[in-house]
Write a protein that binds this ligand. Structure first.
Ligand SMILES: [Zn+2]
Length: 227
């Protein structure tokens, strides 16, 4: 930043600032970009920092960016060029957004991996003629859409995997985020838990590898298989 810039902005911003000394650089540090912008829909505004728009005929700023003084909470509206001198503060919300993005990316990577495992396992069933081609693609597109399988799907898949001794592959088939649509749309409003409790013991045993330990505990308690 040049001295001319400091000299120019000082009289505009000093009356609203806490600092009353001569160092404009120090003075500007009191102000932050709060990421609020007003669109005036025409170049009719005046920059509160450098005064642009005050004397020009018809030329002014269209976008008013708000900067706030961190001591006295004054707000000044500045143009798109002057806002470049200010930084927005990182808020807790920004941090949360970044964490959500990372989580989302990890979830998607997890789902991709699961999809590969699932399609490889289903392909074995297809090759062994335990699943016809049409159903193979149906299962894949179901997973694509709902990110999970219905209980009935799981039972069918498990039964066929058992025939070729690959029950351990069942663990790929139960994503934790089994979609609500499956619960509400496809199963007449029954909850996943409700459906699980209705499983016959042999069915439960078939899909056991893809249930969580708390689900197993619940089923076994409900059916008196444990205290
Ligand atoms: Zn300006």
């Amino acid at each position: 930043m040049t001295n001319e810039f400091y000299d120019k902005v000082d009289p505009y911003i000093k009356p609203y600032s806490f600092y009353k000394g001569e160092n404009t650089y120090e003075l500007l540090k009191e102000w932050k970009d709060i990421e609020v912008v007003d669109d005036l829909f025409s170049a009719s505004g005046i920059c509160g920092l450098c005064g642009y728009g005050k004397n020009e005929n018809g030329n002014g700023i269209r976008y008013e960016h708000h900067i706030e003084n961190k001591y006295n909470k004054n707000i000044i509206k500045v143009g798109s060029t002057c806002i470049e001198h200010f930084l927005a503060e990182t808020t807790d919300n920004d941090i949360k957004n970044i964490q959500d993005l990372i989580q989302d990316r990890e979830n998607r990577a997890g789902l991709e991996k699961k999809k590969v495992e699932i399609s490889a396992t289903l392909k074995v069933l297809k090759d062994k003629k335990l699943l016809d081609v049409e159903w193979y693609y149906r299962y894949l597109s179901y997973f694509e859409e709902y990110k999970g399988f219905s209980i009935q799907h799981l039972v069918n898949i498990a039964r066929n995997l058992k025939k070729i001794g690959l029950e351990d592959k069942m663990k790929y088939f139960y994503p934790a985020n089994l979609n609500r649509k499956i619960k509400k749309g496809k199963n007449k409003g029954k909850t996943l838990k409700g459906l699980m409790m209705e499983l016959k013991l042999y069915e439960f045993k078939l899909i056991k590898p893809c249930l969580s330990s708390s689900q197993i505990r619940e089923y076994e308690k409900y059916h008196g298989l444990r205290k």
